[in-house]
Every structure is written in structure tokens, then in C-alpha cells.
Design a protein. Structure first.
Length: 277
């Protein structure tokens, strides 16, 4: 019986083994079927899209100018709001990118921002505001504009679970994104990581091998807002370490109980035979 049990459990134990080649990152491209990405595109600054939300804050040495553009409409200026709830400040001074690719900014009107980086939008608004201020003030008033994309996030679906995570800085690498999500589990397929990315109304699915050291030179290295990272399980790996351990434990308990019952029956039968004699 023990031999039969080992025959059943041995394939499960072998199937649960994961080699370092399957899980190690930064492996040399061209070896162990690790692909090269040296000829793919490098990182480009994110370009604003329809549906993004932009936070715009105007700085000026003249308090009148600052209050003109940063006033919340109830007598509270943005500098006071920034000292309070950061969420309230960002909500009050956030502008939605409309379907036509513009934001509706006070005093200026519609400003085309779609397809531009935050740096380009900053320079554009500074130019527009300078023109408006020049027509309203006799003296020259220089302004500086801060532009950020707010409520940026990405999602991860993997063998460890699913979740959505906020992007807290300008650039987030694929390694940082996976670390925020708790890394890939032992049986997640690192050779076929998928990024689902929406761009200008079209959805693109890109598949790459995160184990390759050349990933740092590729278009996959930096994620973008609203990306969905999907990691499927390695084919044939339906058992994890925990499930195999549980299986062995249950089998051992069953075997022990079966042995106890068998021994009890043998003793009873021996007593019956002794009595009949």
C-alpha cells in the first residue's frame, strides 16, 4: 500500500518543483530561450489622453495673480487648501480632458492638451496666462504653472491575486509595479507576461518575457497609466506547494487510519478463531 501511495504522490512532487530558470529575473538574453528586446522602442514621456485628469496650480510673486487662478470660489485660495486636505485640493483644481481633447481653464477657455506631455502643457498654459495677464495688468507679471496627471493607476491580475495600485511618481518600471503587487507567485508564467494598454480608443495586448535582462531597453520597461498587467499560471502547474503538502497529509492520515482499522480487524478475527478452538 505504501508503495502505491508513493507512486501516486511522486509525480505530484515533481510537478510542484520550480527551477531557477523559470523565476529568476535579469537572465542573459539568447540563453535558455530568453528573448532579446534590444531593437524595441525606448521610454517616451506619457502623452495626455481623453479622460485623464490634470491638476493645474499657478505660482506668482503677486498674490492677486495667484488668487485669480487658484481661488476655489469661496474665498479660500489653493495655498490654504494645499495645507489642508490634499485630496480636496486636487479635486478642486483638477480638470477633465474632454472628448475633444481640451480642458476648460478659467480666464483662458478651452486649451488643447490631448497628445501633449505635462511639460508641454505647462509651457502652453504659461504662455496663455502671460497673454491674459498682460492685458489685465500694467506691470509685467511672470507666472509658473505646475501640471500633474492625477488619479493615475495600473492593475495587476496574477496567481497571487488581483489589485489596482496608484502611480505615485512620473515613471514606474515593470519591476516596481510587480513589487507593489507582491511579485509573481512561484507558478506565475514570467515568460508570457501580458500588458493590456488602451491608446486613443484602441486596446493593445503586448506579450513579453520579464526574465530577460534586455527588458530594461524595451518599451515594456515602463508602464503607463491604466495598464493592466496579466500573469497566467505555468501550463500544467495546477498544484502548488501547499496543495501538495495537504494532499500528502491527508493521504498519510488516511493510511494511518486504514492501518489502525486493519490491525483492529485482524485482532478481532484472531480472538474469534481462538474462541472457536
Amino acid at each position: 500500500m505504501i508503495k502505491r501511495l508513493l507512486i501516486v504522490l511522486l509525480p505530484l512532487l515533481l510537478a510542484s518543483c520550480v527551477t531557477s530558470k523559470k523565476v529568476n529575473l535579469m537572465q542573459e538574453a539568447g540563453k535558455n530561450k530568453i528573448p532579446s528586446y534590444t531593437d524595441t522602442l525606448s521610454y517616451e514621456d506619457y502623452q495626455v489622453r481623453v479622460g485623464d485628469r490634470l491638476y493645474v496650480y499657478v505660482y506668482s510673486i503677486d498674490e492677486r495673480v495667484s488668487q485669480m487662478f487658484n481661488s476655489s470660489g469661496n474665498g479660500i485660495n489653493a495655498s490654504q487648501m494645499r495645507q489642508g486636505s490634499s485630496g480636496g485640493s486636487y479635486d478642486l483644481y483638477t480638470y477633465l480632458v474632454l472628448e475633444d481633447g481640451t480642458i476648460d481653464y478659467p480666464m483662458v477657455g478651452k486649451v488643447m492638451v490631448r497628445g501633449k506631455t505635462t511639460r508641454e502643457i505647462k509651457l502652453l498654459l504659461e504662455k496663455e496666462l502671460a497673454g491674459y495677464i498682460a492685458s489685465s495688468y500694467t506691470e509685467y507679471q511672470m507666472v509658473s504653472v505646475e501640471v500633474n496627471i492625477v488619479r493615475r493607476s495600473f492593475s495587476v491580475i496574477s496567481d497571487r491575486g488581483s489589485g489596482t495600485f496608484n502611480i505615485q511618481k512620473e515613471k514606474v518600471t515593470i519591476f516596481e509595479a510587480l513589487a507593489m503587487a507582491g511579485d509573481i507567485g512561484d507558478f506565475g508564467d514570467r515568460s508570457k507576461v501580458r500588458i493590456i494598454r488602451e491608446s486613443e480608443g484602441a486596446t493593445k495586448v503586448k506579450v513579453f518575457d520579464v526574465r530577460s535582462e534586455d527588458i530594461i531597453n524595451s518599451e515594456f520597461y515602463y508602464i503607463e497609466p491604466n495598464d493592466v498587467i496579466y500573469i497566467q499560471r505555468i501550463k500544467g502547474q495546477s498544484f502548488g506547494i501547499n496543495s501538495v503538502t495537504t494532499t500528502i497529509s491527508v493521504a498519510a492520515t488516511t493510511l494511518a487510519f486504514g492501518g489502525f482499522v486493519y490491525g483492529l480487524i485482524v485482532r478481532i478475527m484472531n480472538r474469534i478463531e481462538a474462541t472457536n478452538k
